[in-house]
Design a protein around this ligand. Structure first.
Ligand code: CU
Length: 127
């Protein structure tokens, strides 16, 4: 008799785990989230190609550490999102680098990347 509740608990844990996993994949669906993912999912940042002068704005709705890179060059950057930090940040892309390479912003902050690299195309893409 005493083992039955333990078995039931294990079954419930499995159900909860499966439900959570299903919930995570749902948040990757861009159709339901206009900001493209959120919560540190791989799809959080996906600028596509940015020509010279092009800007890529993104709002970070969830706290976390968001590492990104350029699909064309060995360039890396990080945005850390946590409560109590600025609501905006600007990142300039020049000389095959993101400047600054690391930003810390508040939850809900808007970060804008601008390609100031002349004719060189770059991206801002989650790692
Ligand atoms: Cu690049």
């Amino acid at each position: 008799m005493l083992r039955q509740p333990a078995t039931l608990t294990a079954a419930l844990l499995i159900l909860v785990s499966v439900s959570l996993a299903a919930g995570c994949s749902k948040s990757d669906n861009k159709a339901t989230n206009p900001y493209g993912g959120g919560g540190g999912t791989p799809s959080e940042l996906n600028s596509g190609d940015l020509a010279n002068g092009a800007m890529f704005p993104h709002q970070f709705l969830n706290p976390g550490t968001f590492n990104y890179h350029c699909l064309h060059h060995d360039m890396h950057g990080t945005v850390v999102v946590m409560a109590g930090f600025p609501a905006t940040a600007a990142v300039s892309i020049t000389n095959n680098a993101y400047t600054p390479m690391r930003d810390t912003v508040g939850v809900g902050a808007n970060v804008t990347w601008t390609n100031n690299s002349g004719a060189v195309v770059h991206t801002v893409t989650s790692e």
